[in-house]
Ligand binder design. Structure first.
Ligand code: CA2
Length: 155
C-alpha cells in the first residue's frame, strides 16, 4: 500500500459489476437510465481520488469469472464494491467467495430492489456485506464507495 502527500494510505478498491450491466445506457434507458457503465467507472475513479484511494473496475456476465476475480483480490485490494446484478439473488458461489476472502464488501444497486419483484428482495450477498445501498442510480455506487473507504479507515 502506498501513501499520498497527506500521509494517508492509498486504499485499493475492486469494483465488480455483474451480468448485463455492460448494457447500461445502451438498452432499456427508460428503466435503467442513460448513464453508461463507463460513466459510472469514471465517476468512481474521480470519487476515489477525493477519498485518497483508487478503484479497479471489472464487469463480467459470468458467475465463475466473478468468483475468480474475488479470489484474485486477496492481498491486492482492501475493499470490494459490488453490484452483482441478477447474481445477487441467485449466487451462493459469489457469496461464498466474498465470505472466504474476508475483504470488506459493500453491495450496491441502481434500483431499489425492495420496490421491485419479490424475487429481487432477497440478496445472498447482504448478510456477508458491511452494508447495502440500493435505489439511487449511479449515486448508489458513489455513496457505497465512500461508505466502504470510511469503514476500512475507521478499523
Ligand atoms: O438495480 C440494480 O443495480 C440491479 O442489480 C440490476 C440488475 C437486476 O437483476 C438486479 O435485481 C438489480 C439487472 C442489471 C441489468 O442491466 C441492464 C441494463 C440495461 C439494459 C438491460 C439490463
Amino acid at each position: 500500500m502506498s501513501v499520498n502527500s497527506q500521509n494517508l494510505s492509498i486504499l485499493n478498491v475492486l469494483v465488480l459489476h455483474g451480468p448485463n450491466l455492460n448494457l447500461l445506457g445502451k438498452r432499456e434507458p427508460e428503466f435503467y437510465g442513460s448513464v453508461t457503465l463507463n460513466d459510472i467507472n469514471e465517476l468512481l475513479s474521480e470519487t476515489a481520488i477525493k477519498l485518497s484511494s483508487q478503484v479497479t473496475c471489472f464487469q463480467s456476465n459470468h458467475e465463475g469469472t466473478l468468483v475468480d476475480k474475488i479470489h484474485e483480490a486477496l492481498g491486492q485490494y482492501q475493499g470490494i464494491l459490488i453490484n452483482a446484478g441478477a447474481y445477487t439473488h441467485t449466487s451462493v458461489a459469489i457469496r461464498d467467495a466474498l465470505s472466504a476472502v474476508e475483504i470488506p464488501t459493500v453491495e450496491v444497486h441502481l434500483s431499489n430492489i425492495y420496490k421491485r419483484e419479490v424475487f429481487r428482495h432477497h440478496s445472498y450477498i447482504a448478510a456477508i456485506a458491511i452494508g447495502q445501498i440500493s435505489g439511487f442510480g449511479a449515486l448508489s455506487y458513489q455513496l457505497g464507495l465512500e461508505a466502504l473507504v470510511k469503514h476500512i479507515r475507521a478499523k
